[in-house]
Design a protein around this ligand. Structure first.
Ligand code: CP
Ligand code: NVA
Length: 301
């Protein structure tokens, strides 16, 4: 069963195929209106459930659009409206959903929920973000880097900020796509120990970004973080803001990425977000193309 649960759990050649396939599919429909169906309709007759236990703009819209372009149909479901949010087990939900749909995408809190869903589902399950990882995002980010700069292999990528779920998928990708990853952030917000060995740490952000091909950041307070931690996190992370001064330490042609939603002038200034290094909206668009390729890989279509 081709579940897409995490980048380090997906074979390297399959990851390469997904990125290359996504780029080819994007090119094939270049310039067409968003609602134009793909010529080959690879998801014809397929029903896809999109389950959200957290808010989403990009993941929700890009998966829904992607399925429609490929000729499939979607059900967008909120966890709180399902019995899943009212005591039905994840295993039973997985078994039931498998009788109705051909593919499940879930955005949830605990990774255990995703893994249990995958274990008990008879159809492929895709990780649309958990507290621990965000693999679909980083597949789009790898695609975006390569569109602009060619192969990501050997590139220097620097993450400035919180060692969070999105960082974790970058760390998995560094291993699988063979690029160099540096983390710069405050020690209390270091990435989880399971990621040790996949990146190096440089505490001083200006030193960390020297020679970077890509500088990345993300929100300082993720959806699973308690609101009460906001002020402390802001104080810890203020020195890791990506601003023009920091970008000036990277390579002249360095790219800037942020998975969005951004909190402008917190983790990144508007000057950088809207500046010449930024490819944040290409990243957002490429969620669509990357996930279409992931769904085709999962379904073997
Ligand atoms: N980047 C991302 O996953 O965005 P959404 O939370 O809007 O889906
Ligand atoms: N780290 C962020 C990513 C949002 C797409 C979060 O989990 O809230």
């Amino acid at each position: 069963m081709n579940h897409f649960l995490d980048i380090h759990k997906t074979p390297k050649p399959d990851l390469r195929h997904i990125v290359d396939h996504a780029r080819a599919m994007k090119q094939a429909r270049d310039g067409q209106p968003k609602g134009t169906p793909d010529a080959d309709q690879p998801l014809a007759d397929r029903m896809v459930a999109l389950i959200f236990e957290k808010p989403s703009t990009r993941t929700r819209v890009s998966f829904d659009l992607g399925v429609r372009q490929m000729g499939g149909q979607t059900m967008v479901l909120s966890g709180t409206d399902m019995q899943l949010g009212h005591g039905e087990t994840i295993a039973d939900t997985a078994r039931v959903m498998s009788r109705y749909v051909d593919l499940i995408m879930i955005r949830t809190f605990e990774e255990a929920t995703l893994l249990e869903m995958a274990e008990h589902a008879d159809v492929p399950v895709i990780n649309g973000l958990t507290n621990r990882s965000h693999p679909c995002q980083i597949m789009a980010d790898v695609m975006t880097f390569e569109e602009h700069r060619g192969p990501i292999q050997g590139a220097k990528v620097v993450w400035s900020g919180d060692g969070n779920n999105t960082f974790a998928s970058f760390a998995h990708a560094a291993q699988q796509f063979d690029f160099d990853l540096t983390f710069t952030g405050p020690e209390p917000l270091d990435p989880e120990p399971a990621l040790d060995g996949l990146y190096r740490t440089v505490r001083d952000p200006a030193e960390a970004v020297q020679g970077a091909d890509l500088v990345v950041t993300d929100t300082w307070v993720s959806m699973h973080d308690p609101v009460s931690a906001r002020e402390r996190r802001h104080n810890q992370l203020r020195g890791y803001q990506v601003n023009a001064e920091l970008m000036a330490q990277a390579k002249d042609d360095a790219l800037f990425m942020h998975c969005l939603p951004a909190h402008r002038d917190e983790e990144a200034t508007s000057e950088v977000m809207d500046g010449p290094h930024s490819v944040v909206f290409d990243e957002a668009e490429n969620r669509l193309h990357a996930q279409k390729a992931i769904m085709r890989w999962s379904l073997g279509t």
